[in-house]
Design a binder for this molecule. Structure first.
Ligand code: ZN
Ligand code: ZN
Length: 393
């Protein structure tokens, strides 16, 4: 239960923090959220949308557009105390802010149109937004404009960080699977270990990237494995995983194509190992490298009009707005919302000394719940007009 001595949204944030759950497993978190929303008497509500997603809508008296505010339900596999999952991306704080919108909407409806609050599952794996948008229930809540915020460590507390165009990079995981041929560890020359090809691919992907080529492109090798560590066997398989990033979806596609080509060439160069005697049985696979793409995130591209709504709202809320000079290297699956309507994702400064997102010491600062809520609230007024007054009983 939330601590009754705290500000209710701070108490809710800490309660959600205690119930941190991994992407796709946000059942308890979704239940807390759904209870909070249901008590604020929405006109329409849906749970279990695209996984554990929760949607709720409040309408004004006059017709008008639907404005959606989105936050994320999931936490990360980063230990905290004796627990193995924790909110180290601050999604607990984002949820508290959007939950605060439900309080505001119950007390004061928009003058026109409709506000939808969306609690999205599985952001961290990049799967949740697309599943939410594709869920049949989502059609009832379809927005005309969508907004989201993300806390930003390293930025002044409560500052709004904004950018027109790409705010967060496109990214994708590239998994490379090398196949050779096993042999006795005492006779490695009779098989074909992918060890050298793997080592060269790790080195090539780690060193190759000309920053002048396409600004914003980045490759990070995130994993490599050779064989199974069986001491009697020269291995026949290896795997290298890397995350590729770029400021645009087009640049990312070009980067992926080039990376695949480079790695295929390296694998091919090592496909015919030096041998003292020819193989007697089946020849080597003609295709020594397979690759697959996982966890794709599109670039999050902010619409100019939506960015202007955020800028005006922040100004009315008395917050400092900072321009982001270029896109963040991290990715956000909120970019998928741009496939259905104009969007804006903005940053909310989490403090200059705040540890980075996903750092084991990161924690959402409760002091920025109020400014985040103020921006969403002012966006609502800016798009839908001041107040439709209290409604319901
Ligand atoms: Zn994250
Ligand atoms: Zn996040």
């Amino acid at each position: 239960m939330p601590d009754p001595t705290l500000d209710p949204l701070v108490a809710l944030r800490r309660q959600l923090h205690e119930h941190a759950e991994l992407s796709g497993n946000e059942a308890a978190t979704a239940e807390i959220v759904a209870r909070h929303l249901a008590a604020r008497e929405p006109d329409d509500m849906a749970t279990g949308v695209g996984g554990h997603g929760v949607l709720a809508a409040w309408s004004g008296p006059a017709p008008g557009p639907t404005v959606l505010f989105r936050c994320e339900l999931d936490a990360l596999p980063i230990p905290e105390g004796n627990k193995r999952v924790s909110h180290r991306c601050g999604h607990d704080g984002h949820m508290a802010i959007v939950a605060g919108m439900a309080d505001r909407l119950r007390a004061r409806r928009p003058a026109s149109g409709r506000v939808v609050l969306a609690f999205q599952p599985a952001e961290e794996t990049g799967a949740g937004a697309a599943r939410l948008l594709a869920a049949p229930e989502f059609a009832r809540f379809r927005p005309d404009l969508a907004f989201a915020l993300h806390n930003l460590p390293g930025q002044a507390l409560g500052h709004v960080i904004l950018r027109e165009g790409t705010f967060a990079s496109a990214s994708v995981g590239l998994r490379l699977i090398l196949t050779g041929r096993s042999a006795h560890a005492g006779e490695p020359h009779k098989g074909h270990s992918p060890a050298l090809a793997m080592a060269r691919i790790v080195e090539d992907l780690s060193r190759w990237i000309d920053p002048q080529w396409r600004p914003g492109t980045l490759i990070t090798v995130v994993g490599a494995r050779l064989g199974r560590g069986a001491f009697g066997t020269s291995p026949d398989d290896a795997e290298v995983s890397a995350t590729l990033r770029a400021w645009t979806d087009q640049d990312l596609a070009a980067l992926v194509a080039q990376a695949r080509e480079r790695c295929a060439r390296i694998a091919q160069e090592h496909a015919e190992p030096l041998r003292s005697e020819p193989l007697r049985s089946e020849p080597l696979r003609s295709e020594p490298l397979r690759s697959e793409l996982v966890e794709p995130f599109p670039a999050t591209v902010n619409d100019g009009r939506c960015a202007a709504y955020v800028r005006d709202a922040a100004a009315r809320a008395g917050l400092t707005v900072e321009a982001l000079p270029h896109a963040h290297a991290w990715s956000e699956d909120f970019g998928h919302f741009a496939s259905i309507c104009p969007i804006a994702l903005f940053g909310l400064g989490a403090g200059l000394q705040q540890p980075a997102l996903h750092d084991p010491d990161h924690e959402f600062p409760d002091t920025i719940i109020a400014p985040g809520l103020a921006v969403f609230s002012e966006i609502t007024d800016g798009v839908l007009g001041g107040s439709g007054g209290a409604q319901g009983g």
